[in-house]
Design a protein around this ligand. Structure first.
Ligand code: RNT
Ligand code: ZN
Length: 415
């Protein structure tokens, strides 16, 4: 049945000049960065477990949260069996698998992350890491790298440096450079009297974090902007302008979190501007809902436009795709799987787009362009998606939940 459907749909696309085999091969080559922090509610595994701060919030109390790095790896292994393709894993700087007495985040080394490295090596996957500038008592008045107290800044600068070195080691041993993503929650609930001084301090602190040159063969620094967070409504120190210019000036990679802009802003629209002047970006693929930036991605217009702009303009090899959302009100493994597969679907839809609307546009025939853009919406891409899942040996959209339910019963519910 699926085979017959596939052959017919292949012909439908073929008539429109679309090679479905090529589209699937391109999708094969896209490696997502699966964000480990969906599995532990961004708690990390330090000796003291601090509450999540910094304007991020994980709501929900679904049973089965990973309580240590072993459980988290087990969950990731399971989730990755249900996500077609070969992917990387992104860690937060407090998702250690080992703590040493008296060693805090400012002095973490690869020894705190050794079994992550062994795990990744065995599976031949890349690892990324992001310093965790939140969920720790040293985040004071919601300020880290921009704090007026040099002692507090020092602690966080050292954490940034520590994560870069851990990333370098990941890159060296895994043969693929680690992305080390800098996002700081620094900001103000109410109107600050001085917006300039914190930004200057943040800039100086970042310069210190990045002072040591690390080969880009092993480690890549990315900087992530944000508009606002919960409790940080009036001013974020690391705003979009701040980080866009910082990245451009210092040759860093800009990270766009798709939930970090005004709700009506389309991130897809930004890519073609950025790539006129930059060569590479990192994406935190997420879904903003009103004031919150971190919902599980669904196939909505924002996601479709982001995927389309990445594919149609030929930007795929310039973008590192990472996921970033956390929901504790549903099964956490399902959250990973649903969100990752949704982004892959959006990419596939883009890879299957016929070029007739573009041709109409070149003729200045905007009426036909609109008709053809709408026509593309009813193309039977779902059949190609099912075919790809089957070829990759993963269950279809209607089948993966039963596997997750089984794991929930056998593993998660016993935690
Ligand atoms: C927060 C940023 C950041 C975090 C992670 C947990 O709004 O998006 O990337 O999600 O550091
Ligand atoms: Zn993010």
């Amino acid at each position: 049945m699926q085979k017959d459907l596939y052959e017919s749909v292949k012909r439908i696309y073929g008539d429109l000049g679309v090679d479905v085999e090529k589209a699937m091969a391109k999708l094969d080559a896209i490696h997502l960065g699966i964000h480990a922090w969906q599995g532990d509610d961004v708690r990390g595994f330090e000796a003291d477990s601090f509450t999540l701060t910094g304007g991020c919030m994980v709501t929900g109390n679904y049973p089965g949260c990973a309580r240590n790095a072993d459980e988290l790896r087990k969950d990731l292994d399971f989730a990755m069996k249900l996500i077609p393709g070969h992917h990387r894993v992104g860690l937060q700087g407090h998702q250690v698998d080992k703590m040493f007495p008296g060693v805090d985040r400012d002095a973490f080394t690869i020894e705190n992350f050794r079994s992550w490295l062994d795990w990744a090596k065995e599976r031949k996957i890349g690892l990324d890491i992001a310093p965790a500038f939140y969920g720790h008592p040293k985040l004071d008045h919601n300020l880290s790298l921009s704090h007026p107290d040099p002692g507090i800044r020092e602690f966080w600068i050292d954490h940034g440096i520590a994560c870069r070195k851990i990333g370098e080691q990941f890159g060296r041993e895994l043969g693929t450079p680690a992305i080390v993503n800098f996002w700081m929650p620094d900001g103000f609930k109410d109107t600050p009297a001085d917006r300039f001084a914190p930004r200057q301090r943040m800039m100086e602190s970042l310069d210190r974090c990045f002072a040591e040159q690390i080969s880009s063969d092993f480690e890549r620094d990315t900087v992530e902007q944000k508009l606002f967070g919960i409790g940080v409504e009036s001013c974020t120190v690391g705003s979009h302008e701040f980080f866009m210019l910082y990245a451009a000036k210092h040759g860093k990679i800009l990270c766009f979190d798709t939930g970090h802009f005004h709700p009506t802003e389309q991130i897809g629209d930004k890519l073609s501007s950025i790539f006129c002047m930059m060569d590479e970006i990192f994406l935190h693929v997420s879904r903003g809902v009103r004031w919150d930036s971190d919902h599980v991605t669904v196939v909505n217009d924002d996601l479709l436009s982001l995927a389309r702009e990445s594919v149609v303009n030929g930007f795929l090899d310039k973008i590192h795709f990472g996921l970033d959302y956390f929901d504790a009100s549903i099964n956490r493994i399902a959250a990973w799987v649903i969100g990752a597969r949704n982004f892959q679907k959006a990419l596939l839809i883009a890879l299957l787009e016929p070029d007739c609307a573009q041709k109409a546009e070149k003729q200045m025939d905007y009426t036909s362009r609109l008709a053809l853009q709408e026509a593309a919406k009813t193309l039977p891409w779902g059949i190609i998606w099912n075919e790809w899942c089957e070829r990759k040996g993963v269950p279809s959209d209607y089948a993966f939940m039963s596997e997750i339910k089984r794991y929930e019963k056998e593993v998660l519910s016993l935690r």
